[in-house]
Design a protein around this ligand. Structure first.
Ligand SMILES: [Zn+2]
Ligand SMILES: [Zn+2]
Length: 131
């Protein structure tokens, strides 16, 4: 019987291993599954470790840079660089491009500067509070 709290560990190979320890003569295909899971566990851990905590973060999603990136045309943009996928782009737009924080009615028009500065102030304050 699995209790609610132990279901979290269900995907870890270690958990399955411990669980299966009580089962003798494990069928071969289960053994294979298990070693595959163990590999995935290791790969996952290595990938997680590979992310440098000091690596700069970008974009609305606050992640490191990957794939194609686009620069917001607002010099004061608090974020500057965005992942194509996070701003619904698949190709680089022609002309100016403003990010969702800086744009006005259209992606190639900046919002009124006064409004932007007010929002920038709030953004910076929220960021400080989070830090
Ligand atoms: Zn992103
Ligand atoms: Zn921007």
């Amino acid at each position: 019987m699995l209790s609610q709290s132990s279901t979290e560990g269900l995907l870890s190979a270690t958990y399955v291993e411990n669980y299966l320890d009580i089962v003798e003569n494990l069928p071969n295909d289960l053994q294979r599954h298990l070693s595959r899971m163990r590999e995935l566990d290791i790969t996952y851990r290595e990938e997680t470790d590979a992310i440098d905590p000091d690596e700069p973060r970008y974009c609305l999603c606050d992640q490191i840079s990957f794939g194609e990136m686009i620069l917001c045309d607002n010099d004061l943009c608090p974020i500057e660089w965005f992942h194509f996928s996070c701003v619904s782009l698949s190709i680089k737009p022609k002309g100016k491009w403003f990010c969702p924080k800086c744009r006005g009615d259209r992606p190639n028009v900046m919002k009124p500067k006064g409004q932007f500065l007010k929002e920038l102030e709030r953004y910076n304050r929220e960021k400080e509070e989070k830090a």
